[in-house]
Write a protein that binds this ligand. Structure first.
Ligand code: PHE
Length: 506
């Protein structure tokens, strides 16, 4: 029989001990625990060892459990105020945050610790007893679990009613979680004993397990046999470091645009309102500029404006339309509003400021970066998200070229059906909202906006030729590609999902 050195070691230890856990075998021999398990599995295949598995449930403290340990249970926090004579709901709500009070009251009711009569909490006998307790049993259990998971048996020795306490902690926002621990026992079989008796070492020594310079130079390798390499042997799965699947998609997109002759640019995350809004001819009273949509910064509160001439051309364009056949917004334009620092609400701020620095054709640039908006977090909205922004500046460009660039991009991403719905943005005319048809969903998915920059935008920054522009969301596309249904999973991914995801994509 062909053995690896670990197998020999493990089998020898087992022939002394009869049966043992991997940790015990590792303690005796010089192989670590996972090496013992691997050798054990090999030996099991050969019928020399049997592996018995048994599992036991352990209880593990969770984040909520640690919070409870630190602050106490909400019901106890309420009770201790009541004990000090603060018992009206009105004054309790001054003392405790709303959720602590509400959750505490819920448990007080459920556990029969008190009742509410005329807006006052009246303690029951049970409530008074609890107030007297030196250490609340729930906290005692949590403290016990705080260093490592413990079995039911050991919790039983700690408190009365372990089951109901653990049930309660399991239900309290997972203050405690169940974890299953599998323990294994390796047992030598009769066949295994026989192999050891018949002289394992002799067999083992005949094989070359590791090729050394000496074996080669002495020519000894010719006389001996090599241990076969068993490629079907079971091993522990290895999870190499790899790029995040979303990152891979972002890189695919980068490659597509580079292939189309675009250059990638980067802009500032913290941007002045001037570049985020004003240079894009977005009126200063536009709803998107309000606090509820945009993150305004406290530090820095303001950013410097570009040179005075540029600023005054933009101002004039907003107020009266400048030299163009345009009336502007007909409202006074304020420099100080324009200085306000924001987290860019779109990456159009990146392309427009690039354009102001590079006003002459030809230019083809794109950016893939995060933008920020005050959204309530749910499965399809996050306050930060990636945008794919791009512009093309050229002498003879038309709206049709824009549709062409977008169609090419989407078809290279694997979406063949694309349509354009009319849209509105203060900075483009005409404007469109591209959509792709997604077979799996059976519906059209919106992707963002695009258009040809208006003269009100290009003129003040010194651009005299047409500019095609787009700002597209990538999150939804990535979700579709990765088979996810919740946008949050792109950023806080499940470790098993990451492990299962292929390392490279076609
Ligand atoms: N900035 C727009 C998209 C857009 C960019 C460029 C031109 C037209 C529209 C958005 O964030 O929704």
């Amino acid at each position: 029989m062909d053995f690896r050195s670990h197998e020999v070691g493990v089998l020898k230890v087992l022939s002394d001990l009869g049966s043992a856990s991997p940790a015990e075998v590792a303690g005796v021999g010089d192989v670590d625990e996972s090496g013992v398990m691997r050798a054990g599995l090999e030996l099991q295949e050969k019928g020399l060892v049997e592996i018995e598995e048994s599992s036991e449930i352990f209880f593990e403290i969770g984040g909520e459990g640690r919070r409870l340990l630190e602050y106490g249970l909400p019901e106890d926090r309420v009770l201790s105020f009541v004990g000090d004579g603060v018992s009206s709901l009105g004054s309790l709500s001054q003392e405790l945050e709303g959720d602590v009070l509400n959750i505490g009251l819920g448990w007080i009711r459920d556990k029969g610790l008190g009742e509410i009569v005329g807006g006052e909490i009246k303690l029951t006998d049970k409530g008074r007893d609890r107030l007297e307790l030196e250490e609340k049993p729930e906290l005692k259990v949590l403290r016990f679990l705080s260093d490592e998971p413990k079995s039911m048996g050991s919790v039983e020795q700690l408190v009365d009613n372990p089951e109901s306490i653990l049930d309660e902690l399991l239900s309290r926002n997972q203050a405690v979680q169940k974890v299953e621990k599998v323990s294994r026992e390796l047992k030598i079989t009769d066949k295994g004993r026989k192999v050891v008796r018949d002289g394992l070492d002799r067999d083992f020594d005949n094989y070359i397990h590791e090729l050394t310079p000496e074996l080669i130079s002495s020519g000894e390798w010719r006389e001996r046999e090599f241990r076969k390499y068993d490629v079907t042997a079971s091993t522990q799965p290895v999870y190499p470091g790899k790029r995040h699947p979303y990152q891979l998609i972002l890189d695919d997109i980068r490659r597509i645009f580079r292939d189309m002759g675009f250059k990638e640019i980067k802009g500032r995350t913290v941007e002045s309102s001037f570049w985020n809004f004003d240079a894009l001819f977005q009126p200063q009273d536009h709803p998107a500029r309000e606090m509820q949509d945009t993150f305004y910064l406290e530090t820095p509160n303001e950013l410097d404006l570009p040179d005075d001439e540029l600023v005054s051309r933009v101002k004039k364009m907003h107020e009266e339309g400048g030299e163009l056949d345009s009336t502007g917004w007909r409202d006074p334009w304020s420099r100080s509003l324009s200085k306000k620092a924001v987290l860019r609400t779109h990456t159009t701020s990146t392309t427009i400021s690039y354009l102001a620095r590079n006003p002459r054709p030809p230019e083809k640039v794109f950016s893939i970066d995060r933008a920020y908006r005050r959204e309530t977090i749910d499965a399809t909205h996050l306050p930060q998200f990636y945008q794919l922004e791009g512009i093309v500046l050229g002498e003879k460009l038309s709206f049709n070229n824009l549709l062409g660039y977008l169609s090419t991009f989407y078809s290279r991403m694997g979406f063949d059906e694309i349509r354009f719905r009319p849209g509105y943005f203060p900075y483009t005319e005409p404007s469109v909202e591209p959509e792709v048809y997604v077979e799996e969903l059976g519906e059209w998915v919106e992707l963002g906006g695009a258009g040809v920059f208006r003269r009100e935008v290009t003129k003040p920054i010194g651009v005299e030729h047409p500019v095609l522009a787009w700002g597209l969301g990538i999150g939804r596309l990535a979700m579709l590609k990765l088979g996810l249904t919740d946008l949050r999973d792109l950023y806080q991914s499940d470790i098993d999902w990451l492990r299962r995801n292929p390392t490279c994509r076609l």
